[in-house]
Design a protein around this ligand. Structure first.
Ligand SMILES: [Zn+2]
Length: 558
């Protein structure tokens, strides 16, 4: 036998045994694994190799696939779901300030919220800002009201405090008002005003249009670059704690190209624990097309990798069409030019839109582009559109335009019912109709200014249609099943970044992105779904978060 042949035989022997191509390096057994495959199968065990799923099935069958030295994790009956994906989460922006802002997400009373301010005041130097930048609503508090300036003063006597509610209201302590030089209505930017009590004395609160609150927020000190990087890592870990392994980031207000440096650094260091697919917002009002052409000249569609990928334009393309129910012909023409340019270059596009009554402006432009360049392969989408009519859903389906749906009504339901009536509210948002028509639907939140980023809050809301204060508004005809809602939040969301063939369900060949849950999503009372957390989160087979009985696994070497 020649040397070469001998060598070849040796190589074959080495690789054929004992490690075969099918040998798993990680096996999860004795669980309830909700695969989100086409048959909605639930299996007992899953085998993983090199970050991908090799097989799913019974525990004995999966154990047989374990190679030498494989890690076997006994799930002890726990439920596993595909890693959750939020299809509209301002993750990059939320991450920048996650380590420096005070978070009121999930606080059940003003007292609990103020406690978080008090705690932050103890750890931060006197004089440094304490900022709550949204993500809460007075309906979540037992007191059903907003905090007062006096309460904030008492909680943090030595720090300026700024508390923002959505994009319409904020309250500051006296130190805060002084620091931002707000003493008269004229000091408030973009048409905002100081609120006054019955005697005409300012209350410390500021209200106004979205532009006023955004400009006000921009006057606050920015986190340092080091804080932004730290915040980004911490926010991604927080997402992992809630079973999230992916998000579509749609740009957003107060976010400039320079603000992407922190996430890029985390990516460069190989420290991403959430897969981010991001799109670019129109930047300079009136000059958006110029911006896109120069900023994107070197960024083709899909540029990046599995952890950080560029996926197109949005959530707004032009300032003129942003939340504008009556755009002029010139506004629309400008928008059309950009959208056509995006289609020519194969870019994705996501556009947020409010009421169904005016969405014809947008759909007509999409249809016009579609006559020149078919847009279905580009997987464009509309976000929000909570009262989408059947006709709108049909038009979206015909275009192949998807729909990212958020739990805006969790905070905003009462206001919607007041404005549109309880009958209209029964079908808001009509996800069962949309799914039946065949519109691609992704789950999500639109966090963190206007909503909580907690996916289980959103999943519970999909299933019970109840606002944060408990008002049941959606009817059974538009209430999805648990499996359906989970599909929106996994495979459904993965569709928008062209990732539904690589993640979003637990099937052989797909990435091992998954979460082991603290409670059984399929059987726990619906009202308890919001309390679920992950106890073990994997991204590409790697453990990125572990808690409880699994804590020791997180940093253990295999
Ligand atoms: Zn948004």
């Amino acid at each position: 036998m020649s040397k070469t042949l001998l060598l070849a035989a040796l190589v074959v022997a080495l690789f054929a045994h004992p490690v075969s191509a099918q040998d798993a390096d990680t096996v999860l057994v004795n669980g309830k694994i909700v695969t989100v495959d086409a048959k909605e199968s639930v299996v007992e065990a899953i085998a993983i190799r090199d970050g991908r799923i090799v097989a799913t099935g019974t525990s004995p069958a999966m154990r047989k696939l374990a190679g030498p030295g494989a890690r076997t994790i006994d799930l002890q009956g726990r439920t596993v779901v595909p890693g959750l994906i939020d299809s509209h989460l301002h993750a990059i922006r939320a991450a920048l300030s996650f380590s420096t802002e005070v978070n009121w997400i999930g606080a059940k009373s003003i007292e609990e919220a103020l406690g978080r301010i008090r705690k932050a005041a103890q750890t931060k130097p006197p004089g440094s800002w304490l900022i709550v930048a949204g993500g809460w609503n007075e309906q979540q508090f037992a007191e059903k009201r907003r905090p007062t300036q006096a309460e904030l003063e008492a909680a943090a006597p030595d720090n300026p405090v700024y508390v923002q509610l959505g994009y319409g209201w904020a309250v500051l302590t006296d130190d805060g008002l002084r620091a931002l030089k707000l003493s008269a209505d004229a000091d408030v930017p973009n048409g905002g005003r100081l609120e006054r009590d019955a005697s005409g004395k300012p209350t410390g609160a500021v209200s106004g249009p979205q532009a006023a609150i955004i400009a006000l927020f921009d006057r606050l000190p920015r986190p340092t670059y080091a804080q932004q990087v730290e915040g980004t890592r911490a926010f991604f870990r927080e997402m992992n704690r809630l079973g999230l392994t992916g998000a579509m980031d749609p740009g957003g207000n107060n976010l400039t190209p320079a603000d992407y440096a922190a996430v890029q650094e985390v990516w460069r260091r190989g420290e991403m624990t959430v897969r981010i697919a991001y799109s670019l917002n129109g930047q300079t009002s009136g000059k958006e097309f110029d911006d896109y052409q120069s900023l994107l000249a070197l960024v083709p569609m899909g540029f990046g990798d599995g952890m950080l990928r560029f996926v197109g334009l949005g959530e707004r393309l032009t300032e003129a069409m942003n939340n504008n129910p009556r755009p002029s012909d010139a506004d629309k023409e400008k928008y059309f030019e950009i959208a056509r340019w995006a289609a020519q270059r194969g870019y994705g596009l996501t556009m947020h839109w409010g009421p169904d009554a005016t969405v014809d402006h947008l759909l007509t432009l999409f249809e016009r582009v579609n006559r020149e360049i078919p847009i279905a392969p580009l997987r464009w989408s509309i976000a929000h559109l909570n009262d989408a009519s059947p006709k709108t859903l049909e038009r979206m389906h015909a275009l192949g335009v998807g729909w990212t749906v958020q739990d805006a009504m969790y905070f905003g339901g009462e206001a919607f019912v007041k404005q549109a009536g309880p009958d209209a509210a029964r079908r808001v948002p009509p996800v069962v109709s949309g799914d039946k028509i065949g519109v691609h639907i992704g789950g999500g939140t639109d966090a963190h200014r206007v909503a909580s980023y907690n996916p289980f809050t959103s999943l519970q809301w999909f299933l019970d249609g109840k606002t944060v204060s408990g008002l049941a508004m959606r009817g059974p005809e538009e209430t999805p099943t648990r499996q359906q809602a989970l599909r929106f939040y996994t495979k459904g969301s993965a569709w928008f970044s062209h990732d539904d063939d690589t993640r979003g369900s637990l099937e052989p060949g797909k990435l091992a992105d998954l979460a082991v849950l603290s409670k059984d999503y399929l059987t726990v009372p619906v009202g308890k779904i919001g309390d679920i957390e992950s106890v073990l989160t994997m991204v590409g087979g790697k453990i990125v978060y572990a808690a409880g009985v699994f804590t020791s696994l997180e940093n253990a070497r295999r």
